[in-house]
Design a protein around this ligand. Structure first.
Ligand SMILES: [Zn+2]
Length: 57
């Protein structure tokens, strides 16, 4: 089963999507995207929000 994170759920207006088999890979992609696109570092708090926004596809 593929997991998907839609950045727009957390950052309205962003159309980035991370897809991976595992939550860890999603978090890695999200961390890289957050830094490159939003200039954000992933804090433990943000990581929790990211995990909560991950959906099964
Ligand atoms: Zn984004």
């Amino acid at each position: 089963m593929t997991k998907v994170l839609k950045c727009g759920d957390l950052m309205p207006g962003c159309d980035f999507q991370a897809k991976a088999e595992t939550e860890d890979e999603i978090l890695q992609q999200a961390a890289q995207h957050a830094k490159e696109a939003h200039g954000m570092d992933v804090t433990p708090e943000l990581a929790e929000k990211v995990k909560a926004a991950i959906r099964d596809e």
